[in-house]
Write a protein that binds this ligand. Structure first.
Ligand SMILES: [Zn+2]
Length: 61
C-alpha cells in the first residue's frame, strides 16, 4: 500500500496518508491546510512493486 508520511507546514502536524494516485490532493487532518511536505520515511524503503508478487523479490531492478 502506498502510504506516505507528511508534515503540515502550517501547524507542524505529522500524519500518514494512503495515496491512491499521484494527483490525489492531501490535506492536513488537523487544520485542513494543503500546504504540506512529503517526508521520506522508513515506509519508503520497502519495496513498492512486490505487493502482487509475494514480496520475495525486492531487488534494485
Ligand atoms: Zn495542519
Amino acid at each position: 500500500m502506498p502510504i506516505f508520511e507528511y508534515e503540515c507546514r502550517k501547524c507542524g502536524n505529522l500524519f500518514e496518508e494512503l495515496v491512491m494516485s499521484s494527483s490525489q490532493e492531501v490535506t492536513c487532518p488537523s487544520c485542513g491546510s494543503a500546504d504540506i511536505d512529503k517526508l521520506i520515511s522508513a515506509i519508503a524503503k520497502k519495496c513498492r512493486g512486490c505487493s502482487s508478487s509475494g514480496g520475495a523479490s525486492c531487488g534494485p531492478t
